[in-house]
Design a protein around this ligand. Structure first.
Ligand SMILES: Nc1ncnc2c1ncn2[C@@H]1O[C@H](COP(=O)(O)OP(=O)(O)OP(=O)(O)O)[C@@H](O)[C@H]1O
Ligand SMILES: [Mg+2]
Length: 298
């Protein structure tokens, strides 16, 4: 049985569209902002769900193609040994395009990776981080990659699960991306979109398909999550599990994080400027919800 009925998800989408139109996100239970998507809670009589809305697609075909890619992504991650949170992908047809949602059961906040590790010492965190690293190591190939960041893992007792499937990192044997990332970068203002698509996207994506890139992202991201204290002692663990040679160093992780944070901070400030132009000059509602400014340097 589907997690949510068509009527429930339609009503939810209308509520979200209203919040976007009015810019009043307070009326929504936002549970997480990604760089592109937002995750919003949907309460129903038969349980609570996390609904993650991708940027609307320009055609029904593009949305259906993406839903099929997500299904294949989940199957391939599962084959590599990862326990993926059960996900449904309804598609709604709306004036602004074809909206694809990833719907999952809402997981308890204390089980989400960053919450789970908060307050733990590096020693206490290490066995959990080791399991995450092993899953990343076993999954990453030139054709497949999870987004290994801590915020995408759920730790519940002995069970370690992965939740971020809305961006399928899949490539064919020629190294071409199967997911059209440029559909998602449509959320960016035009000049920024051109720069990102042309100069940044391929490099950003290459990073996911290498265990070195995954290790750097995971460790650097701990700074953003306010877990900077525990990251230096975890570096030797990354070097060991990923068999990195040359070994990565704290200095390298900090430099990687800084350049990454600058890229995303630039993109987010461009989006806020774009929103200002829409609202104040064009007097049109800005069609996306933006995350609040993030303090990325912990
Ligand atoms: N099923 C869920 N239950 C509870 N919280 C969730 C669930 N799914 C996502 N979240 C919260 O929302 C955040 C963002 O979700 P997710 O990682 O799936 O997408 P994303 O990171 O926004 O995608 P991207 O950055 O690739 O656009 C998660 O890190 C988590 O904090
Ligand atoms: Mg994520």
């Amino acid at each position: 049985m589907a997690f949510t009925s068509a009527a429930e998800i339609e009503a939810f989408e209308r509520r979200l569209a209203d919040a976007v139109r009015t810019g009043h996100a307070e009326d929504l239970d936002i549970i997480g902002y990604g760089e592109v998507t937002i995750a919003v809670k949907l309460a129903t009589p038969h349980g609570d769900f996390a609904c993650k809305r991708l940027v609307p697609f320009s055609s029904r075909d593009a949305a259906e193609h993406t839903a099929a890619l997500i299904a294949s992504y989940i199957a391939q991650l599962t084959d590599s040994g990862i326990d993926v949170v059960e996900t449904e992908t309804p598609i709604l047809t709306r004036p602004e395009g074809h909206v694809l949602y990833c719907v999952q059961p809402l997981l308890r906040s204390g089980t989400l990776g960053p919450d789970f590790l908060r307050g733990k010492t590096a020693e206490e965190a290490a066995p959990h981080v080791r399991r995450i690293f092993e899953h990343i190591r076993d999954a990453v190939t030139p054709r497949l990659a999870p987004d290994g960041q801590l915020s995408n893992w759920v730790i519940d007792g002995n069970r370690l699960r992965y939740l971020d499937v809305g961006t399928p990192f899949l490539r064919n044997e020629r190294g071409e991306d199967l997911f059209d990332f440029t559909e998602q970068t449509r959320a960016l203002p035009a000049p920024v979109r051109v720069i990102v698509n042309r100069f940044l996207l391929h490099g950003i994506l290459d990073n996911y398909h290498s265990v070195r890139g995954q290790a750097m992202d995971f460790l650097g991201n701990l700074i953003k999550e306010g877990l900077a204290d525990i990251f230096p002692p975890l570096i030797p663990l990354a070097n060991e599990v990923f068999a990195l040679s040359p070994e990565i160093t704290e200095k390298e992780v900090r430099a990687h994080y800084k350049s990454d944070a600058q890229t995303y901070a630039f993109i987010q400030s461009a989006r806020r400027a774009d929103r200002w132009v829409y609202r104040k000059l064009l007097r049109k509602p800005y069609p996306y919800l933006l995350p609040p400014p993030i303090d990325r340097f912990g």
